[in-house]
Design a protein around this ligand. Structure first.
Ligand code: NAG
Ligand code: NAG
Ligand code: NAG
Ligand code: NAG
Ligand code: NAG
Ligand code: NAG
Ligand code: NAG
Length: 305
């Protein structure tokens, strides 16, 4: 009986902040009119509560339409991570398709994975693709303000397709940080530890949703589009006096140790992202270092020595 009352109470809270679902009503009824004190209903509402507390993150990986194999590989890399306390959507971002073949194959990818965002732009390196990405987001994920699913994402990260992001470490590092006006990443120049002076590297930087909306609405990004995307982004933050909460994730984010540079670092346990994974060998060494690929459950179907 007690757990019944507790779950009724929880449901009431839920109902007041969420739309009342038919399912909830059913459970409510089952509880009220039976003396069966199993904890199924309360564990389900716990689950719902958990989902509401989860941090929602969008990771947009900027890549090119023809990079089919890279996407296949990255889907494995991100699909095999289960971050705790977060819901993370990884999407591949590119501009208008230009070839007939792309239309067919990418349509299949969308049917199968639904993880592709095609922006209204022509592929370019330093002419505003990142800008278009951020500007387009509030139209793509247009949740009503104060609605139950607002903001659609608490944070949006832009990442390169040669960056390995360790989702659990990312989530852990975000937990204590402000959910608003946040600008997070690897400070440039590489030798600097001061996040307020310059900008965050394009290997992977993250902002809170209020900044995404500001970019969408402000004139500053519209006037200043051309140039290295990460530097341009930093200029917007400075000119708009945004991102007053800054977090320098150095040296949890770094370039792969080979070649050695001021931006590189040895692989270390406490890692959020490794950048410049330019070939398979570097990916394999990195995945192995973090024991990403195992151990597998035993099975008669395979043997991997
Ligand atoms: C409550 O459950 C007991 C057995 O678990 C049963 O004997 C009793 O009739 C039930 N009461 C109601 C109101 O369903
Ligand atoms: C209570 O309900 C559960 C399923 O919801 C059922 O498995 C269990 O047998 C029921 N117990 C009683 C005493 O009715
Ligand atoms: C209560 O729920 C937990 C996990 O949801 C489960 O492990 C446990 O067996 C349940 N207890 C009862 C009495 O149903
Ligand atoms: C796409 O961009 C072009 C110019 O860059 C513009 O003319 C057109 O209206 C845009 N289309 C949509 C659907 O926004
Ligand atoms: C991209 O494609 C859309 C629809 O196919 C078209 O309306 C738009 O003008 C194109 N944008 C650019 C920048 O080429
Ligand atoms: C979101 O976009 C859809 C489709 O364009 C539109 O029907 C809906 O009204 C929009 N919602 C909000 C809150 O703007
Ligand atoms: C890294 O983590 C592994 C496994 O948790 C541990 O065995 C190893 O000692 C750690 N290395 C360092 C340098 O902390």
């Amino acid at each position: 009986m007690l757990s019944c009352f507790i779950s009724i109470f929880l449901l009431c809270i839920l109902a007041s902040i969420n739309e009342v679902r038919f399912e909830n009503l059913l459970r409510f009824g089952r509880c009220t009119f039976s003396n069966n004190t199993t904890n199924t209903s309360s564990s389900i509402s716990n689950e719902q509560q958990q989902q509401e507390q989860d941090i929602r993150i969008l990771i947009g990986i900027l890549t090119l339409p023809d990079q089919y194999l890279r996407r296949h590989f990255l889907r494995l890399v991100y699909g095999t991570q289960n971050p705790e306390g977060a819901k993370i959507d990884v999407k591949f971002v590119f501009c208008n398709l230009t070839k007939e073949d792309q239309k067919t194959i990418i349509s299949l990818e969308i049917m199968r994975y639904n993880d592709i965002i095609i922006l209204n732009c022509t592929e370019n390196m330093n002419k505003g693709k990142t800008s278009t990405f951020f500007t387009s987001l509030p139209d793509i994920f247009n949740e009503t303000e104060n609605g139950p699913n607002y903001p659609p994402y608490h944070y949006v990260m832009k990442a390169d397709d040669d960056t390995y992001v360790r989702l659990n470490s990312l989530v852990k590092s975000l937990k204590p940080l402000p959910k608003e006006d946040l600008y997070y990443g690897f400070v440039i120049p590489c030798s600097s530890m001061d996040p307020f002076k310059h900008y965050m590297s394009g290997m992977g930087f993250l902002v809170s949703w209020d900044i995404v909306e500001w970019i969408h609405g402000s004139d500053i990004p519209k006037k200043h589009v051309e140039g290295p995307e990460d530097k341009v982004f930093g200029d917007w933050m400075r000119w708009g006096r945004r991102g007053l909460n800054r977090f320098n994730a150095k040296w949890s984010m770094y370039n792969y140790p080979d070649p050695v540079s001021v931006c590189s670092h040895e692989l270390v346990n406490d890692t959020i992202a490794v950048h410049l994974l330019k070939n398979q060998e570097k990916w394999i060494k990195t995945l192995n270092f973090f024991n990403h690929a195992g151990p597998l459950e035993e099975s008669k179907m395979y043997h991997i020595a």
